[in-house]
Every structure is written in structure tokens, then in C-alpha cells.
Design a protein around this ligand. Structure first.
Ligand SMILES: C[S@@+](CC[C@H](N)C(=O)[O-])C[C@H]1O[C@@H](n2cnc3c(N)ncnc32)[C@H](O)[C@@H]1O
Length: 283
């Protein structure tokens, strides 16, 4: 057994003793933290590479804190992965989710030709805005959020990814401070109905900002508000794309259809859940 493997046994013991995690969950978390700390893939860490004692001790502290507080690992580390890239996260931002990568992919796939302007409503950590800014190299993205503190984190992420000169950060309650037209409007808004709050994982409820999670009108408030006026902010053939909750795709599609949007598309995530709804503005 090499040094890293000895420590892995200690980490597993920490999780096991806490009784809060299955063996699979523990292994997934151990690999995630070690990859973040070392920048190397898990199989290399455990079998091939020498890991510094400092990193091994640091990881141990992180696992002890994790099982004691149940704080999300991303908050303990201050970082998360999105589309394979690192993002700063904290108590003011939602932790980017893998499902949201489907929203980014849909925007890339259905973007109007010559996309120049993109609006990301509820940018949070800025993960969607940054990923799109990296793909649409000649574009300008407006990243809007009601939370000043989330916008500060989003700016740090744009700087981290050398995209700060292609993103304008605006504090705005939805379209309140927006007065331009865009080729793409994208949003992963808060969409959990308050009545579903008991179904939310405890660590999400305890540590993630409620203003990023919950929405009035049974979770549909932000979709309704955005769809109501989106026409005024989209160019001809412009794309609108939303992430939606597991039982929301049908209704959001209907809302888009009622407002005259065309080519409505629903995309499933890896669990087979309807996760993204997109549509085109054609007059
Ligand atoms: C579900 S999070 C999405 C964060 C990020 N875009 C992502 O996908 O990881 C929703 C975001 O909407 C923001 N938000 C909530 N109410 C808003 C409003 N009225 N206007 C603009 N943004 C709002 C929250 O602050 C939060 O950052």
C-alpha cells in the first residue's frame, strides 16, 4: 500500500463512522476532493502518483468538516466543477449542477447564426455566462442577477476564465435594468415550489441561498415573468432557453407557445428527466 492508499483507508473510515453516507457516496466525495486538491484524475492519485503529505492532511481536515457539519463539499472547498472547469462558489451562489450543462449545450446547438449578444438571467456563479462567452468568441454576454454578492463571485469566475472583457455584469430584478436586444436569452431561474421544500435535500436547504432555489406560483413565477416580455428583448430568430424542474417542462412549453414562440424543444438530462425547454422567436 502506498501513502495515498493508506490515507484513502483513513478517509473511508471517517465517512463510515459518520453513518451518513453509503460507501459509493464516500468514494465519490473522496475522489472529487482529491481531484480538486491535486488537479489529477483519481486513478492516477491512488495508483501512480505521489501525493504530498500536505494535500493528504488537508483532505483529511476537509472530510472531518464535511461529516461533522454536512456542509456541501463545494462550499468547504470554495470551488465546484462545471463543464469540466473550476468555478468559485460560496454561500451567495448556487453550486452549479451537472444538469445545467444540458442548458449550455442546447444554447450552443440552437444559437442563431452570428450570435453576438447573450443574456443570462439569474447568473449566480456566472457559470452559464462564462461557458457561453468562451464558445461565442465574438459575442458580448450580459450576466444579470438580483444579488450583488452573486455578481461579485460571477466576476471572479469571469476573470478566472479570461472572459471578463466579454461579459457585462448588471444587477437587475429580471429585465428591470436591461434595455437591449439579444440573440439568446438563457435562464436557470429559481424553480422549486415553496410547497416542495420538504423534498429538498437538507444540505441544500441549509447551505444554498433560498433566493436561488424557491419561486412563487408553484415554482413558475420566473418563467411566467420572463416569457411575458422576452419578445421585446430578443432579435428575430432569437433563442430562449430555460432549465426547468422535473415536472415543469410541459407547462413552460405551453407558456412559450401561448406567447407565439416556435420550434419548442424539450431536452432530457442523463436521468431521463425533461430538463431544458428552448424555443425560437419568429414573427
Ligand atoms: C437557480 S440559480 C442559477 C444560478 C446559475 N445561473 C446556475 O445555473 O448555476 C438562480 C439565480 O437567480 C437569481 N435571482 C433570483 N431572483 C432574481 C430576480 N428577481 N432577478 C434576477 N435574478 C434573480 C438568484 O440570485 C440566483 O443566482
Amino acid at each position: 500500500m502506498n501513502e495515498a492508499q493508506k490515507y484513502r483507508a483513513i478517509y473511508r473510515e471517517i465517512y463510515k463512522n459518520s453513518r451518513k453516507f453509503s460507501a459509493e457516496e464516500a468514494d465519490a466525495e473522496i475522489d472529487f476532493v482529491m481531484e480538486l486538491l491535486t488537479g489529477k484524475k483519481a486513478h492516477k492519485i491512488w495508483f501512480f502518483d505521489i501525493v504530498s503529505t500536505d494535500s493528504l492532511h488537508k483532505a483529511q481536515d476537509i472530510f472531518l468538516q464535511r461529516v461533522e457539519t454536512m456542509k456541501p463539499l463545494q462550499h468547504i472547498l470554495g470551488q465546484a466543477f462545471f463543464c469540466g472547469n473550476r468555478y468559485f462558489v460560496n454561500e451567495n451562489t448556487l453550486i452549479p449542477r451537472p444538469e445545467t450543462e444540458f442548458l449550455v449545450k442546447e444554447c450552443i446547438k440552437r444559437a442563431p447564426r452570428n450570435t453576438r449578444k447573450i443574456l443570462d438571467i439569474g447568473t449566480g456563479s456566472g457559470c452559464i455566462a462564462v461557458e457561453l462567452a468562451k464558445v461565442f468568441k465574438d459575442s458580448l454576454t450580459v450576466a444579470a442577477d438580483i444579488s450583488e454578492k452573486a455578481l461579485e463571485t460571477a466576476l471572479s469566475n469571469a476573470e478566472l476564465h479570461n472572459a471578463a472583457d466579454k461579459i457585462k455584469f448588471i444587477r437587475s430584478d429580471l429585465f428591470e435594468n436591461i434595455d437591449e436586444e439579444f440573440d439568446i436569452i438563457v435562464s436557470n431561474p429559481p424553480y422549486i415550489a415553496f410547497s416542495d421544500k420538504n423534498e429538498v435535500q437538507k444540505e441544500v436547504y441549509d447551505y444554498e441561498p433560498h433566493s436561488a432555489l424557491f419561486a412563487e406560483e408553484n415554482g413558475f413565477y420566473f418563467y411566467r415573468k420572463i416569457i411575458e416580455v422576452a419578445h421585446n428583448f430578443l432579435t428575430e430568430n432569437g433563442l430562449i432557453a430555460f432549465e426547468v424542474g422535473w415536472k415543469q417542462a410541459q407547462k413552460v412549453s405551453e407558456m412559450l407557445s401561448e406567447k407565439g414562440f416556435s420550434e419548442i424543444n424539450i431536452i432530457k438530462d442523463l436521468d431521463g428527466i425533461n430538463r431544458v425547454v428552448s424555443a425560437i422567436k419568429i414573427n
